[in-house]
Design a protein around this ligand. Structure first.
Ligand code: C5P
Length: 402
């Protein structure tokens, strides 16, 4: 578990987003963290210490001058006996106190006394976030080494106002906390990667489309694996039912032409991994209205036209990334087809897999692949798609070694 043995001091300050902190506690604990909660006076107006304590399975600390708490633990120990101090939500007021070094309640005193890493998830009205005073405080805190996750754009919980100010979602906060504990090597730091994933949907009319069985699992896993090695990843995904991987910029498209445009807009890049199962053909002229069935009339025929080949376009582009990887989903002659594809598409590697229905690969969670490169071919064992992704990201990272 990612947070096994980790102790997180969670400071909840007074904002409506405090309701999300309850879920955050669960997400942290189910990943192995011990969560010790501290609530400001304001926080207790939004959620109760009873709920927070029950979810954290710990005492909730609220008072700087509690004789009992000071005897048992003490605010200095609270500030030091943890691996991370996480503030979620962090109000504009608490940020201002931190930036100024004030210590007039338990939360601010802990923040002044701690020598542990601090991660802040701000939540406030967009005007408060945009205010020069808040901007100045955030700048100061960043310079002090405090890390931030969010706030995000969107509608506010309490009003119809929209803008930047929503607290990051619990899973994004979890990912940011995980990244702070992650001291694994980042061989792809400073490199840009583009990954395509999922199927494309090619419209026949407003309600019907041509699609395929791609789930996006392999492509999404590769995007996540490249990000884990430090790359800045743009994921261009067709319609899928799985979540965006954390830590990548995800662009959602439907058609192959949209996918091509999004990929080209993301150039220049150092790495391109084209995993999407792009439809080879689209309907030449999709109908603007639903095609109706009329008794006695002839059955319509669909005239198809070729879609752009995104991999080939990228592989022969003037801004061709240094490492270009394609996939070859074949049901027969897997190896020879992959070799031909390597040349034709201008790729450095083709990841070839046999997607005959019997293999269960398409839409499944495992994959068995051959890596066809310019210097030879490697057969990998049957692996989880996440593991294939990790190995492929490592292979890509090797290409950048001097
Ligand atoms: O030619 P084929 O579809 O077998 O090639 C598969 C590889 O090419 C995959 O990497 C896929 O993402 C890419 N591709 C593409 N654009 C297309 C067709 C395939 O990028 N129109």
């Amino acid at each position: 578990m990612v947070f096994s043995g980790k102790r997180i001091l969670l400071i909840i300050s007074g904002g409506i987003a405090a309701y999300k902190s309850l879920d955050l506690i669960r997400r942290l604990r189910e990943r192995g963290a011990a969560v010790r909660p501290v609530m400001t006076k304001g926080a207790q107006e939004f959620v109760t210490p009873l709920a927070v304590g029950a979810l954290a399975a710990d005492h909730v600390f609220t008072d700087l001058f509690s004789r009992q708490d000071e005897q048992d633990v003490g605010h200095i120990r609270l500030a030091r006996d943890c691996d991370l101090v996480l503030i979620a939500p962090a109000t504009a007021d608490l940020l201002a106190k931190m930036a100024a070094g004030l210590a007039d309640d338990l939360a601010s005193t802990i923040l002044l006394a701690t020598d542990r890493p601090v991660l802040v998830a701000p939540a406030m009205n967009p005007h408060m976030w945009a205010h020069v005073a808040t901007k100045r405080n955030v700048r100061t805190l960043r310079d002090d080494g405090i890390r931030f996750v969010g706030p995000m754009a969107g509608e506010m919980a309490e009003s119809r106002e929209a803008g930047i100010g929503r607290m990051a979602e619990p899973l994004d906060i979890v990912a940011a906390a995980e990244a702070m504990f992650d001291d694994s090597p980042k061989p792809l730091a400073g490199r840009k990667a583009i990954v395509t994933s999922g199927p494309t949907h090619e419209p026949i009319d407003p309600v019907r489309y041509i699609a395929n069985r791609s789930s996006g699992r392999q492509g999404h896993a590769i995007a996540a694996a490249l990000a884990k090695l430090g790359a800045e990843v743009t994921l261009v995904s067709g319609p899928v039912s799985i979540a965006d991987p954390i830590g990548v910029r995800a662009i959602h498209v439907e058609r192959a032409e949209e996918m091509r445009d999004a990929v080209l807009a993301a150039l220049p890049a150092d790495i391109a991994v084209m995993v999407a199962a792009v439809a080879d053909w689209r309907v030449a002229s999709a109908s603007g209205q639903k095609i109706k069935k009329h008794p006695g009339e002839s059955i319509p025929t669909l005239a198809l036209t070729e879609n752009p080949d995104i991999l080939k376009t990228v592989g022969h582009h003037t801004m061709r990334p240094k490492v270009v990887v394609g996939f070859a989903a074949e049901t027969q002659n897997v190896e020879s087809n992959a070799r031909a594809k390597l040349e034709r598409k201008g790729a450095d590697f083709i990841v070839a897999n046999d997607v005959s229905p019997a293999t269960g690969i398409m839409g499944g969670v495992r994959n068995q692949v051959k890596i066809v490169g310019r210097d030879g071919i490697e057969q990998w064992p049957d692996l989880a798609k996440d593991e294939v992704a990790h190995r492929l990201a490592t292979l890509i990272a090797k290409q950048f070694k001097p």
